[in-house]
Ligand binder design. Sequence first.
Ligand code: NAD
Length: 298
Amino acid sequence: MSNTIAFIGLGHMGKPMALNLLKAGHSLRVFDLNADAMKELQEAGAQVGESAVQIAKEAQMVFTMLPAGRHVRQVYEGENGLLQAVAPGTVLVDCSTIDAQTSQDLAAKAAKLGLIMLDAPVSGGTGGAIAGTLTFMVGGEDQALDKARPYLEAMGKNIFHAGKAGAGQVAKICNNMLLGILMAGTAEALALGVAHGLDPAVLSTIMARSSGRNWATELYNPWPGVMPDVPASRDYQGGFATGLMLKDLGLAADAAVSQNSATPLGELARNLFALHAAQGQNAGLDFSSILNLYRQKS
Ligand code: NAD
C-alpha cells in the first residue's frame, strides 16, 4: 500500500516541492494557513485539509516547510501540535531552516513518543524546488532517512546525511552564511565595476569565467536584466526573501557564539542584510536585492 503524505507550509519552496511529490504519483494532503497557497495544489490533485493535525493524523509521512523556528515549534508542539496527534511510527521531516537546538529538542521529544523525526533543510532555491533538483542536508538516524529517501528523491537530486539530529541544520547554516557573504560580495564587485562604466552583463560574464566565479555569477545574478528568470530580473519578486537570509545569518551568528567560533565575514554580512532589510519593503524582496545597498542610482 502506498503511503499517504502530508505537506504543511506551501510557500515559495513548499508549493513546488509538494507539486513534485504529486508528480511522482504520491497521494498528498496539504495545509497552509494561507488558503490561496493551497489552490494550485488542489487543482493538481492534492487533498486540502482544515488543519495541520487533521492531515498529519492520516499520513505515514509528514513534511513541513515553514519560515522559522517559532513556526516549527508551534506546528509540532504548540496547542494541538503534531507530536501529540500523529500515530506512533509516523515519520516527520522538517525541511525548514531553523536552529539546530530546536531540531534536536523536537527529535528527542518525537522519539519518546515513538515517532521518527529528521531535520532536512534544503539548498537550491525556488528554481531547484521547481526543477526537483534540491540538495537535502539531513540530520537523524539512518533508518529514518532510508524511509524518507524515496520521497526526498522526488524533490531533490542530492541527499546528504550530515549526521545526527540537528546536523542537517548546522550544514545548512554554514552553507547559507557563505551564500550571504558571496551574494553581498558579488553585488559589491558588480556595483564597483558599473560605477567605472562597465556593462554589468559583460563584467558578470568575465567574473563567471574567472576566479571570482560563484553561485551568484553562474545562476543567480543580482543585477537586473543580466540573467532571465532570476528574481533580480523581476523586481526581486519571489525567490529567497531578504528577511529569511537575515534569519539564517542570525542563526549562524548564534551558532558561532555557542562554540566560540570566529565568523567575522558572516557577522558583516548579517549587518549588511539587517541594514538592507530595515529599509522600506526590502525584507520581502529576494535577498539578491542587497545590490541596492551598493548601487549608485543616477
Ligand atoms: P515562505 O514564507 O514563502 O513560506 C512559508 C509558508 O508557511 C507560508 O505559505 C505560510 O503561510 C506557511 N505557514 C506559516 N506558519 C504556518 C503554520 N503554522 N501552519 C501552516 N502553514 C504555515 O517561505 P519559503 O521561502 O518557502 O521558505 C521556507 C523555509 O525554507 C524557510 O525556513 C527558509 O529559510 C527555507 N529556504 C528557503 C529558500 C528559498 O529560496 N525561498 C531556499 C532554501 C531554504
